[in-house]
Design a protein around this ligand. Structure first.
Ligand SMILES: [Zn+2]
Length: 707
């Protein structure tokens, strides 16, 4: 493109972008932005022709005249416009695409001292707001908008909007084909907001102050939980003093449960146990989804009745969960036992205008519930843009979800005002939680994958129906990942609990799942399970050591140098354990405190103490370990039971009698002074995973966890 046509485009850009520009003469004579680019066009030609001095001199003069500094080497596409240009600086290796617009105080600056490309490249149709700085050899994509005063240090994709310091992409235009044609929308990318950060800081200091006041008043700290709804940690204040109503979404019973189900079940089991430990009366509800497409499909596959599928897999679920030490909930309702309640709620929603029926189906009309998206922090417009194209044509909006489904030929069905059908998935939890708890209750839990759509829909339909807040605290546990990918049934990268329990004791699995905070993702691998196994073994080995000590301790006082240190750890232990668990059920930290005590007591025993004081300290240790273990429902085996379990999961080829006999044979060999034979026996046993330990009063054995 020739210089003249570029200037013509620049001239046109003034009229396109500035509504105040009406008169051509005015623009030519008195528009600094236009003058700046005019000068630059000439400068750039001279610079291209390698004319010395003049281009820089002209650029310098133009700067005096216009307040805009454009280095002669900068490459600028046609249709360039600078509005109120005072203070604009464009560095020499800048590269600006077509039809870009800059406001005052913008810097397209360089970073670094090396020669070569130091300034940014702007794509076509980029708009840069007042005072924004774009620094370094980065690329700003086509159609990007840079907010006022943003400082951009990283490349920006096409169509992005950037704000803040340092610049963060917040919105990206997406174009999707919908039934009614292309739809433009904005997807929000969350970014730190300095004002909100300040508020958070205030929040934190208020919490700290409250804690301090509570301590001064002699009250213990309170339990604090992370609430998905408010996206922050809050003090747990029950709706009814002293009582907690808690509902967790259970499984759809159509297959064996996998490790992800185990995590969720164990997390809420521990939360319930801990709240009870803290003196709250917990009423815990966990449902079974016993009617669903997946169950119906499974029944077809297996050629059995759908309710037999549900019944069988409910039993399998109990078998797995019992082994993992997951307690039964107070009520474990099934969807199909609550059809009248479900129908009453669906009818209520239709009567109130929140739902509509079509051909025997009933849908919840999402846009009628103004707060839709408040739990998952999504916005309807965005979700519409992401909705699949092949939506049900009969629905008023692709976002609307089924409350009631007309039954198809040969499918289970119940009579309803809309004809024979069955409930949609979400409605059952509303019906069962209201039935067994209340219209408003304290805690609703589940895996993070349930936040959307399941819990968002539950919330919408429940609050629309009752007109009251549904749940006070929403608690969600994190995913399990395998090779950093989310584990899920649909990806096929999952392990059933059954498979894992072939190789590891249930206590290992439970410990492993609790050794990470419940909201963090857990990377699943055999190696980490083996680490958990080694930790548990260390625990039981210590318990054996304590037991040995207690049976052999004498009254002759022999203080250990570690006595003071153990005493200190014991005195602080329960407070620390409680503090960890009070802080959003931080089981990982609580286990850390348990193992700190284990380490300390081992050090104490290494010094071979004796006397009544030592005995008292060890009895106290035992008591604290079992108290804390009880809350988490781990470490409640006797050491012998642990070794039995290891023999089974490690598939040790000996019975206990075999081991006893081998130890005797070795003992005989040693008496004969046949050291070679004795060693051979020891070695053979070691290869099979049994380690011998010679003690004062004979030889003990244990299962090697490293095998
Ligand atoms: Zn649910």
């Amino acid at each position: 493109m020739g210089v003249w046509s570029m200037i013509k485009r620049d001239y046109g850009a003034v009229f396109r972008n500035d509504p105040a520009a009406r008169n051509g003469l005015e623009v030519v004579l008195a528009y600094p932005g236009f003058h700046a680019i005019l000068f630059h066009r000439i400068n750039h030609v001279l610079w291209d022709l390698r004319v010395p001095v003049i281009p820089r001199l002209l650029s310098h003069l133009a700067r005096f005249l216009t307040g805009i500094e454009i280095h002669p080497a900068a490459k600028i596409g046609p249709g360039f416009f600078i509005d109120h240009g005072m203070g604009v600086v464009i560095g020499e290796t800048s590269d600006v695409g077509e039809d870009c617009l800059l406001y005052q105080g913008v810097t397209l600056g360089g970073t670094g001292k090396e020669k070569g490309k130091r300034h940014p490249t702007l794509g076509n149709h980029v708009i840069v707001g007042t005072g924004a700085k774009i620094l370094g050899a980065i690329t700003i994509g086509d159609h990007a908008k840079i907010g006022a005063n943003a400082v951009v240090l990283d490349p920006v994709p096409d169509y992005a909007i950037v704000v803040g310091v340092p610049g963060k992409v917040i919105k990206k235009k997406i174009l999707r084909m919908m039934e009614e044609g292309p739809v433009e929308s904005l997807a929000r990318v969350y970014m730190p907001d300095p004002v909100e950060e300040k508020f958070r800081e205030f929040d934190r200091s208020i919490v700290e102050l409250e804690k301090k006041i509570a301590r001064l008043e002699g009250r213990g700290g309170a339990v604090r939980v992370y609430n998905t709804l408010s996206a922050k940690k809050e003090e747990l204040i029950p709706l009814t003093p002293g009582k907690i109503g808690m509902y967790a979404c259970g499984v759809t019973v159509y297959d064996l449960s996998h490790i992800g189900h185990a995590r969720s079940a164990i997390v809420f089991d521990v939360i319930r146990r801990y709240l009870e430990f803290r003196g709250l009366a917990v009423k815990y509800i966990r449902n079974f989804t016993d009617i669903d497409d997946k169950i119906i499909n499974r029944a077809k596959q297996e050629g059995i009745a759908w309710d037999t599928v549900a019944k069988n897999y409910t039993e399998e679920y109990y078998r797995d969960m019992d082994r993992l030490g997951v307690g039964r909930a107070d009520v474990e309702p099934k969807a199909t036992d609550h059809i009248p309640e479900i129908i009453a709620i669906v009818k209520g929603l239709v009567d109130k205008g929140y739902a509509y029926g079509i051909d025997g189906d009933v849908y919840f009309e999402v846009k009628k519930f103004g707060d839709y998206g408040k739990l998952s922090k999504r916005d309807i417009e965005e979700m519409l843009a992401g909705a699949r194209v092949e939506v049900d044509q009969r629905k008023r909006s692709p976002m609307d979800f089924a409350l009631w489904k007309a039954s198809k030929e040969g499918e289970p069905s119940w009579e309803s005002p809309w004809g024979p059908g069955r409930p949609g998935w979400h409605i059952e939890c509303t019906a069962m939680s209201i039935r067994h708890l209340a219209e408003s209750f304290d805690i609703h839990g589940g895996g993070a994958d349930l936040i959307f759509p399941h819990h968002e829909n539950e919330l919408a339909q429940s609050e629309a129906y009752t007109g009251k807040p549904f749940v006070k605290y929403w608690i969600h546990n994190g995913f399990i990942t395998i090779d950093k990918e989310k584990m899920s049934k649909s990806l096929g990268n999952f392990f059933t609990i059954r498979e894992i329990l072939e190789k590891f004791d249930p206590e290992v699995v439970r410990f492993f799942l609790l050794s990470t905070h419940y909201r963090s993702p857990i990377e699943f691998s055999d190696e980490s399970l083996r680490e958990a196994e080694a930790s548990i073994d260390r625990y039981y080995t210590t318990i054996t050591r304590i037991a040995d000590f207690l049976t052999s301790v004498t009254d002759k006082p022999k203080p250990s140098p570690e006595e003071k240190s153990l005493e200190g750890v014991l005195a602080a232990f329960m407070d620390k354990f409680r503090e960890a668990m009070d802080d959003d059920f931080n089981t990982a930290l609580a286990l850390g405190h348990i193992f700190e005590l284990i380490r300390e007591v081992n050090r104490f025993l290494d010094a071979k103490p004796s006397g009544p004081k030592a005995k008292e300290l060890l009895l106290r240790t035992k008591e604290l370990l079992s108290d804390s273990g009880r809350v988490l429902n781990i470490f409640n085996k006797r050491p012998e039971e642990w070794y039995d379990a290891l023999m089974e999961t490690k598939k040790i080829p000996y019975s206990k009698a075999d081991i006893k006999e081998k130890i005797q044979q070795r003992q005989d060999a040693r008496l004969r002074k046949d050291w070679a034979a004795a060693d051979a026996i020891r070695k053979e046993m070691e290869e099979q995973g049994i380690i011998l330990e010679d003690k004062k009063d004979g030889t003990a054995w244990k299962v090697s966890v490293s095998k």
